[in-house]
Design a protein around this ligand. Structure first.
Ligand code: LRH
Length: 463
């Protein structure tokens, strides 16, 4: 994405340059990302951006959280594991035997997700081939956006918002929890120095600059490199009275706070305190998200049939009979595969009639997500004390009219949908502020978002 920002003139726009698939690859060692392919495609996108716009000032990088690459010197030790790989489940008990979950929560403030980096690293060490995975060989560990920044600049850093999803950063300090790292037996020296959104990571490596035809002076700037952190920057909300749902593969549902909430109630509700931009706290819970729909579609398409998503959602909207509302948070929906089969299995176990047609499955997924979104907003409000009057939906889910309407109806609160490209907008705004094209607090940046991308409103009573 190319972003153009001029806060004084009140302009903020995005130009879409390149989009490419980024799917998992199953290798003998498990489910991985094709990092090499990802890097090839994103550098081609950057070169294209530099051809279109010769005065690019900086580059900001964000991606999904928790996953990492291991390096020895400059060399990547294999393709990064995908967080949906099955290896993590077996490692959880071992970690909790050393640091019980209640203690972890006090230290790192994170909800339990079996793929948090802390469990992945424990799994890495217990690789089934008897090796310690690559951890013993590595001299640095970089989360995906940091790994991209390293390829581009040669600098090894850990951007704080994403580092906060590892489980190894103190919720109150924002720094690596060295004591925990040592107790868990991870090599402390692999963790890179923490930087904050807005910090400069310096110039491109000369070879990269030449390869991409980069304009002179372009630099890489740390942004909220956790995609959800960047998305929250671009939610045009008043955090004192609003909740947000950053809805794509996941539905990240919560509120923005000044201070973490690590009470027993927050822990029991499995709410996370992830680091936000400008020291804010993203107090939220991961709901399964549109993955339920996209993975079902992928299953139906496995023999080559192409499904039109718009038509499927239109058919889902016209289903009139009541459909099953299942627990969208059930861990069985995490792994890739036959999601419709697992939904039917959940229904059978709970004595609920399972959807029959694809339209009914799609409707059942939307209803279950809307119900989980509404319930999670209520929980976020109770746990944090924020009196939620409005729900903002950003990300791809903001385009899903049925989902937004049903979330408004099931929550009894107005839903403000958009911007769809919140992650890219939040990324660009933090760069723009670092470059002096914008200034002020997140509220000032959000005012610009609200005027450039007016949200679409869904009333709770609308039919
Ligand atoms: C969304 C996301 C989410 C994480 C998950 C791994 O893309 O970053 O915030 O929990 O991916």
């Amino acid at each position: 994405m190319l972003g153009r920002v001029d806060q004084r003139a009140g302009t903020l726009d995005l130009e879409h340059v390149a989009r490419f698939p980024n799917g998992p690859v199953r290798l003998a060692s498990g489910l991985h990302w094709d990092f090499t392919g990802l890097y090839r495609d994103l550098t081609a996108g950057l070169a294209d951006a530099f051809r279109r716009e010769t005065s690019v000032a900086s580059i900001g990088i964000d991606s999904w959280a928790v996953d990492y690459g291991l390096l020895r010197g400059d060399r990547l030790l294999g393709e990064p594991f995908h967080y949906r790989d099955e290896r993590n489940a077996a490692a959880v008990d071992g970690v909790h035997a050393i640091a019980p979950f209640a203690e972890l929560y006090r230290r790192n403030g994170l909800q339990f997700l079996p793929f948090n980096t802390v469990y992945q690293l424990a799994a890495e060490r217990a690789a089934p081939d008897g090796s310690d995975g690559c951890l013993g060989l590595a001299d640095s560990l970089l989360l995906v956006p940091d790994l991209i920044a390293f390829q581009l600049t040669g600098r090894r850093v850990a951007e704080r918002t994403n580092a906060s999803t590892t489980g190894l950063v103190g919720v109150h300090t924002g720094e690596w929890d060295d004591e925990l790292i040592e107790r868990l037996g991870f090599p402390a020296s692999v963790f890179a120095p923490i930087v904050a959104p807005g910090d400069s990571l310096g110039a491109l490596r000369p070879a990269v600059a030449a390869q991409l035809g980069a304009p002179a002076g372009v630099e890489v700037v740390a942004v909220g490199s956790h995609d959800t952190a960047s998305a929250v920057v671009a939610v045009p909300m008043n955090p004192e009275s609003a909740a947000y749902i950053s809805c794509g593969t996941w539905g990240l549902v919560g509120v923005e706070l000044e201070h973490p909430v690590t009470t027993d109630a927050a822990r029991d509700a499995n709410f996370t305190n992830e680091a936000g931009v400008d020291g804010r706290v993203r107090f939220l819970h991961n709901v399964m998200g549109l993955w339920l729909l996209s993975e079902s579609v992928r299953w139906w398409e496995r023999d080559g049939e192409a499904i039109d998503l718009t038509q499927l959602l239109a058919a889902a909207a016209s289903v009139t009979a009541p459909v099953a509302v299942f627990d969208a948070d059930d861990a069985r929906f995490m792994a890739p595969g036959d999601l419709p089969g697992r939904i039917a299995e959940w229904c059978a176990e709970h004595g609920v009639p399972a959807p029959q047609t694809r339209a009914e499955f799609a409707r059942s997924i939307i209803e279950s997500l809307a119900e989980a979104f509404a319930a999670t907003v209520r929980q976020a409000s109770v746990l944090s004390g924020v009196d939620v009057e409005t729900i903002h939906v950003v990300g791809g889910g903001a385009l899903n009219e049925l989902l937004c309407r049903r979330t408004a109806e099931r929550s009894g609160l107005p839903v403000l949908a958009g911007p769809v490209e919140a992650t890219a907008i939040g990324n660009v705004l933090v760069q723009a502020r670092a470059q002096g094209f914008a200034s002020g607090s997140l509220e000032d940046l959000r005012a610009l978002v609200a005027s450039a991308f007016a949200p679409r409103r869904y009333e709770p009573s609308a039919r």
